[in-house]
Design a protein. Structure first.
Lengths: 335, 163
């Protein structure tokens, strides 16, 4: 069995739930798991885009007894996709004496309950143009663009308020991590120490064989002891003699000639000749429906629409840029 | 009714749909370039883009540059703008609209309908009857004898000459 999966996760969902329920029932109520939600490993959040909030963010509750209150995120509980907050409900929990904290004199403590990420909204501070600030709770956030964050030391997505994408909610600041003895200095990280000379030959010792990498105790060793090469193997092992045949090259040449011979610009005489014929026909038109048809198929209205759309987009981009500038100026660490 | 357009040649050309403008750019019409109405070599100067031509080297027949559907689309667009006659001829001299019905060859059945048997033999039978009626006196005389032979002469005399 692969070590990638715990035995529980390999079971079908109904059997897994049954076993979890059984084990819960055997426990004292105080020892039971806080949440019934079992999140399999592949569904656990790993990226900031999935969490939407990180440690240090301010959030507003939209459910439960604390509905409407604003709290700060203290941490992420990765196995349940829940978050810890500084304002939260508590439940009694029994702690063995070995794990007692300082000044603890009872087995029973109030342990904070976690909250699912769906039950909170991110709170952000937005600056008005006159400099005053106000808070907003974003119903949902979207991620557009990326930047390198010095504190997180990685590329982070830019968090924006959905449908108001010019409002950027900056990620909370974290304490910078100190380098330990085994850390690689930043200037050494990007240094290239090995360059390959060819993609066809490997830089490996002459006595190296691929068999040496394989497990000597494997069960189906015969799989690799192929004595006979099949037709497909020979095809794979034989390098191609030439990429394009002479016929193909001749075809490319011919295509090129055809492309070059093609007329790309209309000559003024031809334009005048055809245009006069069309004008003669159109200038006798009296049907307003036909005029409507001509206006539509000639592509003028489409061009006009496209131009308007382009202008709108430029205006929107400008607005976003200005807002980004404003956010950058007003960005102050709140921690 | 008042006229709705008053365009110069330049403006009118821009009123054509882009599809048609591109076509006329690539394939200028008749006085500037002639197009074959039959299959030619594909790279011939008068190769018709609407007809399946042969490859100059391999001799294989290539599909026309414009498929039958695209040919039809282009032709019908050109017809609406009054420039259908500037297009190269289509395969088998295909025509559209009124022209198609005017140049349509009449069917054999329309030219000479077969008809029923009584229709086909009508004239012949009538002729046969007329011939028989003309010879009826001789036939009767032959059957009835010498007395009867004088009867046509008597009848001749009996005809009234007065009015």
């Amino acid at each position: 069995m692969s070590s990638r999966y715990s035995p529980l996760e390999r079971l079908p969902a109904h059997l897994r739930n049954f076993l979890i329920k059984r084990s819960e029932q055997a426990q004292l109520p105080a020892f039971r798991r806080q949440t019934d939600r079992f999140v399999p490993e592949e569904k656990r959040f790993s990226k900031p885009e999935q969490w939407k909030v990180l440690e240090g963010d301010r959030v507003m509750f939209i459910k439960g007894v604390n509905k409407g209150k604003i709290a700060r995120v203290l941490g992420l509980q990765s196995f349940s996709n829940h978050i810890f907050t500084d304002i939260s409900e508590t439940k009694p929990m029994v702690v063995p004496k070995q794990l007692w904290q300082e000044n603890q004199d009872t087995y029973l403590i109030d342990y904070p309950k976690t909250v699912p990420v769906e039950d909170v909204r991110v709170v952000a501070t937005v600056a008005r143009e006159d400099g005053t600030e106000y808070d907003i709770a974003a119903e949902d956030v979207v991620f557009k663009g990326k930047y390198f964050d010095e504190d997180y030391k990685k590329m982070m997505p830019i968090r924006r308020v959905k449908y108001h994408e010019h409002i950027i909610i900056p990620w909370p600041r974290v304490d910078p991590v100190d380098d330990c003895a085994f850390s690689t200095p930043p200037d050494v990280v990007e240094e290239r120490t090995h360059v390959e000379n060819s993609i066809l030959t490997y830089d490996q010792p002459s006595d190296f064989s691929i068999e040496s990498l394989r497990d000597p105790t494997m069960k189906r060793a015969y799989k690799w002891n192929k004595q006979v090469l099949k037709k497909g193997d020979i095809t794979k092992l034989t390098p191609p003699s030439e990429i394009f045949s002479e016929t193909k090259k001749a075809m490319f040449e011919e295509r090129k000639q055809i492309r070059e011979a093609q007329i790309k610009e209309i000559s003024p005489e031809v334009l005048e000749f055809i245009g006069s014929r069309v004008a003669e026909h159109l200038n006798n038109v009296t049907d307003p429906r036909f005029k409507q048809y001509v206006d539509k198929v000639s592509g003028e209205s489409r061009a006009r629409k496209l131009e308007a759309k382009q202008q709108e987009k430029q205006f929107q981009d400008l607005k976003i840029k200005e807002a980004e500038q404003r956010n950058k100026q007003k960005k102050t660490p709140k921690h | 009714m008042s006229k709705l357009f008053s365009h110069s040649a330049q403006e009118a050309f821009q009123k054509l749909p882009l599809k048609l403008r591109n076509f006329f750019t690539r394939y200028p019409p008749a006085p500037f370039r002639e197009y074959a109405s039959e299959q030619t070599v594909a790279n011939a100067p008068n190769a018709n883009p609407f007809i399946a031509n042969r490859h100059p080297v391999t001799g294989k027949v290539q599909n026309p540059i414009y498929s039958l559907r695209r040919q039809s689309d282009l032709y019908k667009l050109a017809f609406k703008f009054g420039v259908a006659d500037l297009m190269p001829s289509l395969q088998h001299n295909k025509k559209f609209y009124a022209e198609k019905f005017d140049t349509k060859p009449l069917l054999k059945g329309v030219l000479s309908p077969k008809g029923h048997k009584w229709e086909r033999t009508f004239v012949e039978r009538k002729q046969k009857i007329a011939d028989a009626v003309a010879k009826v006196d001789e036939v009767i005389a032959e059957e009835k004898g010498a007395n009867y032979r004088k009867r046509p002469e008597k009848r001749q005399k009996q005809t009234s000459t007065w009015v």
